[in-house]
Design a protein. Sequence first.
Length: 319
Amino acid sequence: MSTEKPMNLLFCTPGEDPTPWLQAFRDALPGAMMRAWQAGDTAPADYAAVWRPPAEVLRGRSGLKAVFNLGAGVDPILDMLSREPDTLPESVPLIRLEDAGMAAQMIEYVTYAALRYMRRFDTYERQREAHQWTVLEAARPADFPIAVMGLGKLGAAVSSTLAKAGWPVRGWSRTAKAIEGVQTFAGDAALAPFLAGAKMLVNLLPSTPETRGLLGKAVFEPLAEGAFLVNIARGAHVVDIDLLDAIRRGKIAAAMLDVFAQEPLPADHPFWQEPKITITPHISAMTLRTEAVAQIVGKIRALERGEKVSGVVDRIRGY
Ligand code: NDP
Ligand code: OXD
């Protein structure tokens, strides 16, 4: 008879029914003990899989070998850790989702935006509402350069796909990258040439102290007149009043926004009143249970074998 203790997994995504997640983990890790966190649960756990957990889920939890963030962006959990720094010791790795089916969704969202704006379907929609028959100028991908901020798991996949589809694509990251068909730029000094004359700006940066508030007047001005903005990263990147001002001046012709500083977007937020802003409720890339569980379980198995895994968050860098 084996005396080995079964592995213990703790799950916490407040506001979401944990049942299908627990089942998916049980199916993928037979023999493991899986439980949803409830207030007052302080029992040991080997691993935790969480999204926006209260500090009590992690604080003082004995036995923890790693914490898995059920999303690609780690700003919510890092914000919590900055408020409550003793919640998770540095020795316990925080591991985020890497793609896990999100890159394909981002590619769909951005390709839709690129076609919509390049062919001006947004304007034709408004014209149709006004019973107006006006033919706008023809458009070619070659005249519609797209600039992608962030060349990580998601930004690299998006920029490479857009480039293969025929758009001139530039990408910007912190450290230098090489992506076939994409003109790459790295570091703050390269931001201005990266932006210069772009017709569509796509944001796929993580929210960090360096990137928050970056999408303001200084970033909009170098773009082409009447450029388009697609923000699918975090609302905290955008200076809302600068965007509204740029839209009113025609500097930005239209924007597709999936993320907001406050979510749900408050009913009285001026973005709702601006017809040139398309709003989606943080759906550009959703966490897919099957893919997420498969990735996490694969990493748990690797950690149990004593191997290193990718996706470990650098808490100082912020992503
Ligand atoms: P990655 O960590 O893989 O990539 C981040 C990229 O941003 C890297 O290329 C990095 O550069 C670059 N970067 C970071 N800081 C800077 C900086 N100061 N200047 C220039 N470049 C910088 O993240 P993902 O691609 O997986 O995800 C990106 C973001 O997308 C997430 O953080 C999240 O906020 C958002 N997201 C939104 C979703 C939604 O539904 N709306 C769903 C999933 C994610 P380098 O490569 O040099 O390190
Ligand atoms: C994520 C998100 O970061 O859903 O994965 O926003």
